[in-house]
Design a protein around this ligand. Structure first.
Ligand SMILES: *[C@@H]1O[C@H](CO)[C@@H](O)[C@H](O)[C@H]1NC(C)=O
Ligand SMILES: *[C@@H]1O[C@H](CO)[C@@H](O)[C@H](O)[C@H]1NC(C)=O
Ligand SMILES: *[C@@H]1O[C@H](CO)[C@@H](O)[C@H](O)[C@H]1NC(C)=O
Length: 413
């Protein structure tokens, strides 16, 4: 007995020490995140390279047909130079290649012609790496071929070969500069579909809601529909960085901040240092354009409950109002039968209204969809919950790209 328990005790002591070390490392890591520069690098991961040292001026190295993508510079309102690729729609590219023998680079005039002929996807990528990342290039390829749309893919400030340092306000300006670039090349706003992926969903929502406010304040634009984009597609979105912090996982499943959420005070303290909020859930109700939310069931980076919450936030104004405040909900008077009765009735009324408004569909082995029409200028809202797909490669699935085309009438442009 004695001899048996001895090594065990040693093991327990070692495990104990190990846990203490782990705790110290964890807490130091969290404290480091409070330093603004560290936080910026951690959130945007803009220095992560994939591929390493990309040659942005030869997109054909990364799988796009030679000359199909043009490397361009876009200048923002605060004079930051952004690198971007303009990828031509397949019909324009293939038609043009018939008579361009030998092949030579396309000009800005060619870009304008392609922009007038086909819709354009303004692609706002997620954090880490650049516009040349393999999984992103596959997206451009699928979109340009399957939807026959152009793609404008920018690298935000600090990413790829773009100048500057990323920030929430800065990324908003970058998306806006890309939008303005398309307009100045002749794109009707109705032909531009904003597609954001992951972090880019926060940026895309910012852009779409900014365009609406502009229309409201600007008399010369009112009723002119000049600032209504074709729509907004959010792939693997999040409600806000604040809420994401509670559930964010790294290395495919390690919940980063969850241990701290046990101590609400400490968690709120840490959140007060958060410089980049990307508060999509408060912005999205203001967007006046059709909205498509796409999320995969097994997303291991951002749980798919985020897309559902965004869908619910858009639906909320159409439902009978909830009769209780949050504090009333948290502290129901025990045994107060009037409270429980009212709660039950309200829940029933709300789900009845929801069933009336929302049309659900099951695409066997592929996705669940839910859709409703917002009143006024709002347009349709659709939520697609993919059965598979993960976080990064969602927009490469043919079926999904077809859903995007259908929802925004891109094929009947
Ligand atoms: C973009 O700007 C950079 C820096 O000024 C320059 O080296 C590059 O040639 C420009 N690219 C294009 C396509 O104009
Ligand atoms: C309204 O929009 C027009 C066209 O884009 C622009 O030239 C003008 O400066 C805007 N006015 C205001 C007050 O924003
Ligand atoms: C697409 O076309 C259909 C039928 O013409 C129309 O009802 C729908 O509103 C259009 N959707 C968008 C996003 O423009």
């Amino acid at each position: 007995m004695e001899t048996n328990s001895q090594p065990n005790r040693g093991f327990l002591a070692r495990a104990h020490t190990f846990l203490i070390y782990l705790g110290v490392i964890y807490i130091s890591g969290i404290l480091l995140l409070l330093i603004p520069t560290v936080q910026t690098h951690f959130l945007y991961l803009h220095k992560v390279q994939n591929p390493v040292s990309p040659k942005f001026n030869s997109p054909q190295r990364y799988g796009l047909a030679p000359y199909k993508a043009l490397d361009i510079n876009i200048s923002t309102s605060d004079n930051v130079r952004l690198g971007a690729w303009f990828v031509l729609s397949d019909s324009f590219f293939q038609h043009a290649s018939q008579y361009r023998r030998p092949m030579r680079p396309f000009s800005e005039a060619d870009i304008s012609q392609s922009i007038l002929g086909r819709p354009t996807v303004l692609f706002l990528h997620g954090n880490a790496a650049s516009r040349a990342a393999p999984y992103r290039v596959t997206c451009y390829s699928t979109i340009t071929s399957r939807l026959d749309a152009n793609v404008l893919a920018i690298d935000y400030r600090g990413f790829g070969n773009s100048e500057g340092v990323p920030s929430e306000v800065g990324l908003g300006k970058d998306a806006r500069a890309a939008w303005d670039w398309l307009i100045s090349h002749g794109a009707p706003p109705q032909s531009i579909l904003i597609v954001g992926h992951s972090l880019g969903t926060g940026v895309g929502t910012m852009l779409a809601s900014e365009l609406v406010h502009e229309g409201k304040d600007n008399i010369s634009l009112r009723n002119a529909c000049r600032v209504h984009p074709r729509g907004l597609t959010l792939v693997a979105p999040f409600t806000s960085i604040t809420m994401l912090a509670k559930t964010y996982t790294i290395f495919g499943g390690l919940p980063l901040l969850r241990p701290i959420t046990t101590f609400p005070f400490a968690f709120d303290f840490i959140l007060s240092f958060l410089n980049h909020k990307f508060d999509t859930i408060s912005r999205i109700p203001t967007v006046q354009a059709p909205i498509l939310l796409i999320h995969a069931e097994g997303d291991d980076t951002i749980p798919n409950s985020h897309a559902r919450s965004l869908f619910d936030a858009l639906l909320e104004p159409l439902l009978p109002p909830f009769p209780f405040t949050q504090s009333q909900m948290l502290n129901p008077t025990a045994g107060d039968s009037a409270y429980w009765k009212q709660l039950q009735e309200s829940t029933r009324a709300r789900s009845a209204a929801r069933a009336e408004i929302v049309r659900e569909e099951t695409l066997e082995g592929f996705a669940l969809t839910a859709e409703f029409q917002r009143p006024g200028d709002g347009g349709k809202v659709k939520h697609v919950e993919m059965k598979w797909g993960g976080h990064t490669k969602l927009v490469t699935a043919e079926g999904l790209v077809d859903l995007i085309g259908d929802f925004f009438n891109l094929t009947r442009f």
